[in-house]
Design a protein around this ligand. Structure first.
Ligand code: HEC
Length: 159
């Protein structure tokens, strides 16, 4: 009995450590709101909702790699898993190009004239976000691929 309890609590501790490391728990929630905002995820919404727990479980193994293997291309879920990849790419671009001014969470307001990016996805489209960056002239986006631009806009939309 005690041994079982110990084993169970060890499992919880290990799982908690894993979650903290990979941030996978926030991933499905962010993707869900990104999906709803951009209507990017076609397919029966209820089905997507029901499957979110499965995504969460699969994401625990490996957000974009292993998880993708569980579903077929025609499954609306593959759209979401494609979103996981995009979100991860966006996070990389954001960390490299944007975080020094906007902070890792988008809420840093130290830079002169800067505004928090929190909730930006609710008030701005992808195009407006990219225009704000281009017009601000603080980041040279000429070296970015369109996939990277799209990805960083998706990531920022979830802040
Ligand atoms: C050198 C500092 C700096 C960097 C790097 C930077 N920004 Fe900004 N950003 C600002 C400042 C200052 C503003 C506010 C003035 C403006 O809108 O141009 C701003 C505004 C914005 C806005 C408009 C916010 C609003 O509420 O309308 C968005 C969106 C944005 N930045 C996204 C990004 C993204 C995405 C990146 C990385 C690709 C990035 N920024 C990199 C300084 C920076």
């Amino acid at each position: 009995m005690i041994r079982a309890l110990l084993r169970a609590s060890l499992g919880v501790v290990l799982a908690a450590g894993l979650l903290a490391q990979t941030e996978v728990l926030v991933l499905p929630e962010r993707l869900r709101s990104a999906c709803e905002r951009d209507s990017a995820c076609s397919g029966p919404k209820r089905q997507i909702d029901v499957r979110f727990d499965q995504v969460k479980a699969a994401a625990l193994e490996d957000a974009a790699g292993t998880a993708r293997m569980h579903f077929t291309e025609s499954d609306p879920l593959s759209v979401i898993l494609g979103g996981v990849k995009t979100w991860r790419l966006g996070r990389e671009v954001y960390a490299a190009q944007c975080a020094r001014c906007h902070g890792t969470d988008g809420k840093l307001e130290d830079y002169p004239g800067i505004k928090s990016l929190a909730g930006i996805g609710k008030r701005s489209s992808e195009q407006q976000i990219l225009e704000a960056v281009a017009n601000g002239g603080r980041v040279d986006m000429s070296g970015m691929t369109s996939a990277e631009k799209h990805a960083v806009a998706v990531y920022v939309s979830g802040l």
